[in-house]
Design a protein around this ligand. Structure first.
Ligand code: SF4
Length: 163
């Protein structure tokens, strides 16, 4: 089961192309100017089964090109989201994920669930939101410190490859 704050069947603003977006509940980053403050609460929203979410995603195929995990902090529910991520990849959908952790923090975490989730993600938008850096932001990020990372290429080359 996942603690879910919201779900969008079709969105064009949470990653490239038309995408379904899953917002999970719970986040400890406490960014100043957080735009999803309600979703910081780990009890916000509803407990939802992975099967229900996956069926919702499948309903949007072939309209969507991918799925985005957002929140809240997806990496706080990494074990459950990895199961869902595998199913999404088996559907040939690309997977984007927003996180308040940096790519380096996830790699250094030594948390097997976080590392497993990372391996299933195609594109990671990383780092805490910084409201003093929100002018002139590129598409899909909230503040200019955040990066749009090609995860597969970054893991392969052991350096960060920006999309
Ligand atoms: S990571 Fe996102 S949800 Fe968490 S505090 Fe920062 S802006 Fe809010």
């Amino acid at each position: 089961m996942l603690q879910v704050a919201g779900f969008l069947d079709n969105s064009t603003v949470n990653g490239k192309g038309l995408r379904s977006v899953l917002f999970v509940s719970g986040c400890k980053h406490n960014c100043i100017g957080c735009h999803n403050k309600d979703m910081q609460n780990f009890n916000y929203g509803d407990k939802v089964s992975l099967d229900y979410i996956f069926n919702r995603i499948q309903h949007n195929v072939p309209l969507i090109s991918g799925v985005t995990f957002s929140g809240g902090e997806p990496f706080e529910q990494a074990e459950q989201l990895t199961i869902l991520a595998k199913k999404i990849k088996d559907e040939d959908l690309n997977l984007w994920c927003y996180t308040g952790y940096t790519y380096e923090e996830i790699l250094r975490s030594n948390d097997k669930h976080k590392l497993n989730l990372l391996k299933h993600i195609d594109v990671l938008i990383d780092g805490k939101f910084n409201k003093s850096l929100k002018e002139d932001v590129p598409k899909y990020v909230g503040s200019t410190n955040q990066r749009i990372i090609n995860v597969k290429e970054s893991l392969k080359s052991e350096k960060i490859i920006i999309l």
